[in-house]
Design a protein around this ligand. Sequence first.
Ligand code: ADP
Ligand code: MG
Length: 340
Amino acid sequence: MIGGDCNLKKIGAVVAAIAAVALIAFIAWDSIFNCTVTKDFFAMDTVISVKVTGGKAKECTDEIEKRIQELDGILTRHKPTSEISLINKNKGGTLSDKTAEYFRLLLDVSKKSGGAFDFTLGAVSDLWSFGKSPSVPDEKELAKALSESGYENVSLSGNNLTLKSGIVDFGAAGKGIALDEIRTILEDTKAKEAIISVGGSVLIYGKNEAKVGIRDPYGNAGRSIATLNLSGSCISTSGSYERCFEENGTTYHHILNPETGFPVQNELVSVTVISQSGLLSDALSTACFVLGIEEGTKLAEEYGCEAVFITKDKTVFATNGVAAKIEITDNTYNLKTYEN
Ligand code: ADP
Ligand code: MG
């Protein structure tokens, strides 16, 4: 019996030793392989913040920067040699597989939104000069640019695109497209967790939930009025506080009503859309802003996405799927869901 006791003690000591070694190995593994790398850089006309944990975090962040600069070079209208600029110049062309897919998805959003989302408003946007020295455009020039725009002027057959008239502008979806590209890199480099923000579009990657703030429409960029607790999602916000200016007592902003060519005038100050797809979260945030709460909710639901609408009178409308994930942090705002 004494010998048995002794053996038990020995076994216990060996098990404890193995457990201790395993714990040390786990901590070492975790700190070597789950290190966090952060990086900020400028692309797509905005600041991009990347925070990656685990996998090949350093290679991953470097690859993200490289790929986003490349993507910017494809989608931008500011470089005459970009794929989008060439399409505008040549009134179409043969697209790369990826760009053809972006067009297909955005044409679908244009159709499903009844034209509220329209990525051919480039000439109309240019007349407003948002972000440069903005002013209300000349009426005749605006009417001409508007008559030439319209997503119906775009036809896509396989990778061949024809643009009858209008100027293609991916301003409402490019940042979301960037998130989809980034997600692929995170998967390829086996990252564990990541938070990426590309202007008003954020990707929460991994199993753990993270808090994403919804910006105060009336305050500075760093202040939020609510937080969303989400994992594995893309979250994009479109707000009338971005790229706006005042002329003769009226405030104008950059989200345009494709029917009038003027900034959308409705009850909203911002719309946030949550989706698995970055492209959809970004495009739908713009589309839902144009459509307003009722029609916007229907469109978001059609795509299986959630949305949060903030009105001028400080009401926060959240679709049912996101209501439990939202926390109001500024008590001058009231939360309403479709159930209350
Ligand atoms: P941000 O650029 O701040 O992310 P959005 O995603 O809401 O904002 O996109 C707004 C941009 O999209 C505008 O600056 C303009 O280039 C373009 N745009 C404006 N109105 C529309 C619209 N109705 N449909 C599609 N694109 C639009
Ligand atoms: Mg958008």
